[in-house]
Write a new protein. Structure first.
Length: 248
C-alpha cells in the first residue's frame, strides 16, 4: 500500500511543493513530442516512485487500470491514424505513425501517473486539503474535499459493521433473490446511517461554533530545502523541454 506521507526525502518536502511539481511535471510531459524525451520523463517518474518508497507490487496494481485503457489505444490507434502502411489485417491497415503515436501516449501517460502517485498519492488527505487551500483553491472547495474524505471513511467503517452483522446472521451470498434483496437492504441502510451520521457531525460542528469557514491548523512551513527542490524541479523540466526540441 502507499504509505501516507511517503518516505525518504520526498516526505520531507512541503505538500504545496509536491502538488506544484506534480502539476508542472504533468503539463510538461503531456507536451512532449519525441520518444526520447518521453522515455526520459518515464525514468524520472520511476525514480520518484522509488524515492517515495512505493513498493513495486503496490505500484503495479495501481497501474493495471491505466494499462487496460492504454491497451485499447494500442490496438485502435495504428488502424485509425493515417500514414505509411506496415500491417494489413483484413480490410484494416495499421500505420507506422499510429504505432509511434500509441507508444508515445503509453510512455507519457505512465510517466504522469507515476509522478502523481509519488508526489501526491503519498500525501495524507488532510495534508492535501490544507495544501490546496494554501495554494489558493477556493475555501469552500477545499472544505468540501476534506469533509468528503471524512464521510467516505465513515461510510467504509459503517459498511464493515453492516457486513459483519450479516455474517453473524449466517448470511451466505448466492445468485438468488434473497441475496439481491439483502444487498439492496444493505445499500439502503448504509445510505440512511450515513445521512444520520452526517447530521450528527453537522450538529457537533455547530455546537463547537462552526461558522462555515475553513481554519488551517497545519504546521507546515516552507523551508530553504523546499526552494532548492523547486529549483531542481524547474531545471529537470527545462531539460526535458530542451531534450524534446533537440530530438525533433
Amino acid at each position: 500500500m502507499l504509505s501516507p506521507g511517503g518516505s525518504g526525502w520526498i516526505s520531507e518536502r512541503d505538500p504545496r511543493l509536491r502538488i506544484l511539481c506534480a502539476l508542472a511535471f504533468a503539463l510538461t510531459t503531456v507536451g512532449l513530442t519525441t520518444p526520447s524525451a518521453a522515455i526520459t520523463a518515464l525514468l524520472l517518474a520511476a525514480s520518484l516512485t522509488r524515492a517515495a518508497g512505493i513498493r513495486p507490487g503496490s505500484l503495479g496494481r495501481r497501474l493495471l487500470a491505466l494499462e487496460g485503457f492504454i491497451l485499447v489505444l494500442l490496438v485502435t490507434l495504428p488502424f485509425t491514424t493515417p500514414g505509411a502502411a506496415i500491417l494489413h489485417v483484413g480490410p484494416l491497415t495499421a500505420s507506422a505513425e499510429g504505432i509511434q503515436l500509441a507508444a508515445l501516449i503509453l510512455l507519457k501517460s505512465n510517466a504522469v501517473v507515476l509522478s502523481l502517485l509519488a508526489l501526491v498519492g503519498t500525501l495524507e488527505a488532510v495534508a492535501l486539503g490544507h495544501a490546496l487551500a494554501r495554494l489558493g483553491v477556493p475555501e469552500k472547495l477545499a472544505h468540501l474535499f476534506l469533509m468528503t474524505v471524512r464521510q467516505i471513511h465513515l461510510m467504509q467503517a459503517e459498511l464493515g459493521r453492516l457486513r459483519q452483522a450479516m455474517r453473524a446472521r449466517a448470511f451466505m451470498p448466492r445468485s438468488d433473490w434473497h441475496t439481491w434483496r439483502s444487498y439492496g437492504w444493505l445499500v439502503g441502510m448504509l445510505l440512511v446511517r450515513s445521512l444520520e451520521r452526517a447530521q450528527r457531525i453537522l450538529a457537533a460542528m455547530r455546537c463547537r461554533g462552526f461558522d462555515g469557514r475553513l481554519y488551517l491548523l497545519d504546521s507546515t512551513r516552507w523551508e530553504t530545502r523546499d526552494t532548492i527542490a523547486a529549483f531542481g524541479c524547474a531545471v529537470l523540466l527545462s531539460g526535458l523541454i530542451l531534450l524534446d526540441r533537440m530530438s525533433r
